[in-house]
Design a protein around this ligand. Structure first.
Ligand code: FNR
Length: 186
């Protein structure tokens, strides 16, 4: 049976380039993996009081259950002010608590960042890594995927517009398949 990969997208914008790349990369995943897009825009900001009082918002609980059932995670993020968007950081925080019940623990992951600029969201990419490594997530070290000049690499139908980029994305997706096979919990 294919392993379930939770796909998280750090932009809430309806025409988000990050979302378009998430769909393009998801289509290139090997047959051993099945992508499930999990939304994070409706998660209330993390407040530990609500967990301590036993009244977590329903959206937190649903998110934790969906993430908990996934075998692996693919993070797609834009860069906001050289770091990750608040919505994505909030989702990481929500999934990490209550203390001792983190749903991230041991789930293999990889990070893709994109930017219309030249640096490809490098800062955001490494800030995702920084947060989730702390949560004992084995993050695929290489190949890395920083998509620069991102407004110009997609065709009208959302596919990758040029062969060279397609090759890079395909290598990334295949490497992630192997990473999940070697690191997913039994
Ligand atoms: C940006 N953008 C941006 N780009 C970048 O390369 N480095 C940065 O630090 C920032 N900072 C930043 C802050 C905020 C608040 C916004 C809204 C935007 C531009 C950003 O990369 C661009 O808008 C992307 O297209 C956003 O991703 P989506 O929404 O298209 O997925």
């Amino acid at each position: 049976m294919a392993k379930k990969v939770a796909v998280l997208i750090g932009s809430l914008r309806k025409d988000s380039l990050t979302r378009k790349y998430a769909h393009a990369v998801a289509k290139l995943l090997p047959a051993t993996l099945e992508a499930e897009f999990i939304e994070l825009g409706d998660l209330p900001l993390y407040n530990q009081d609500l967990d301590d009082e036993g009244t977590p918002p329903a959206a937190w609980t649903a998110f934790r259950e969906k993430l908990g059932a996934a075998d692996a995670v693919l993070f797609f993020t834009p860069e906001y002010n050289r770091t990750i968007p608040g919505a994505l950081k909030n989702a990481i925080d929500v999934g990490s608590r209550p203390y001792g019940k983190s749903i991230w623990n041991g789930k293999p992951a990889a990070v893709v960042s994109q930017s219309p600029g030249a640096i490809g969201g490098f800062g955001a990419n490494h800030n995702v890594r920084q947060a989730v490594v702390f949560l004992n997530v084995p993050v695929m070290p290489a190949p890395e995927l920083y998509i620069g000049n991102s407004a110009n690499l997609l065709a009208e139908d959302g596919s990758i517009a040029n062969e060279q980029s397609k090759q890079v994305f395909t290598q990334f997706a295949e490497a992630f398949g192997k990473w999940v096979e070697s690191n997913a919990k039994a």
